[in-house]
Design a protein around this ligand. Structure first.
Ligand SMILES: CC(C)(COP(=O)(O)OP(=O)(O)OC[C@H]1O[C@@H](n2cnc3c(N)ncnc32)[C@H](O)[C@@H]1OP(=O)(O)O)[C@@H](O)C(=O)NCCC(=O)NCCS
Length: 207
């Protein structure tokens, strides 16, 4: 059984920048956030939510550069990811590090990892996209969702989505969207159970 626990507290005094972020709804005050030392993004706290999974603790937090090999392993372990991801050469690692640097510097991105003990057991990237349609609505895009095989089917995926949807709501998003490969029929079932509707065709052009 999986339960979300209110997590944290203020680890340092609020700065003017924190107040600005709170007022502009980029830094919601609530049980799912703690303000702590800056991680290279916007001063947002590393820890996003703490979950109880089968009586052990799983922490959802912002990814750090050190997590990259574990994140890439999760992405590459998947049947589709194995052909296109993995760290086999120094050039591969450099490419992932550069992408991480860009993501980490952008306040409109959250690269989340779920940590159990010292293991990274899941990951997801959340991107907040401004737009004009729907009266200038902000939307959240969910990408690269992976739960480690040993942790699947225990409600962790659903709990991660609950956090992501809360985060999107708190930032004022009008909708949450994702694309999923047509071959991932189990994932489609999972998303539909969470309330996602397959209302659009996702189209991609490889460059
Ligand atoms: C999809 C995924 C994120 C769900 O995480 P989870 O922790 O297993 O999810 P929950 O325990 O909350 O829910 C279980 C549901 O996940 C789905 N699921 C389980 N194993 C799965 C797998 N190997 N691949 C895809 N979906 C799976 C099923 O719909 C399952 O429901 P079911 O019992 O009706 O079959 C996870 O299974 C996963 O990482 N799968 C492989 C990668 C993938 O498909 N990612 C999505 C990319 S769009």
């Amino acid at each position: 059984m999986l339960v979300a626990r209110p997590a944290f507290c203020f680890a340092r005094p609020l700065t003017i920048r924190d107040l600005f972020l709170i007022l502009s709804k980029k830094l919601p005050l609530g049980t799912t956030h703690c303000i702590g030392w800056s991680t290279g993004q916007t001063g947002l706290m590393d820890v996003l939510r703490t979950l109880d999974l089968d009586s052990s603790s799983v922490v959802l937090r912002r990814a750090k550069a050190d997590d990259l090999p574990a994140i890439v392993d999760l992405i590459a372990a998947d049947q589709l990811g194995t052909a296109r991801d993995g760290i086999r050469t120094p050039a591969d690692l450099a490419a992932y590090q550069e992408a991480f640097r860009v993501i980490d510097a952008d306040p409109a991105q959250i690269l989340m990892v779920a940590e159990s003990g010292h293991d990274i057991v899941a990951t997801m990237q959340l991107s907040f996209i401004p737009g004009l349609s729907r009266r200038g609505a902000l939307r959240a895009q969910l990408e690269a969702v992976r739960v480690h095989e040993a942790y699947r089917d225990r409600g962790l995926g659903a709990a991660i989505f609950a956090w992501a949807i809360d985060e999107a709501r708190q930032r004022g998003c009008a909708l949450v969207q994702l694309t999923t490969d047509k071959s991932r029929t189990s994932a489609h079932r999972f998303y539909e159970r969470l309330g996602f509707v397959a209302s659009h065709e996702g189209m991609k052009l490889a460059l």
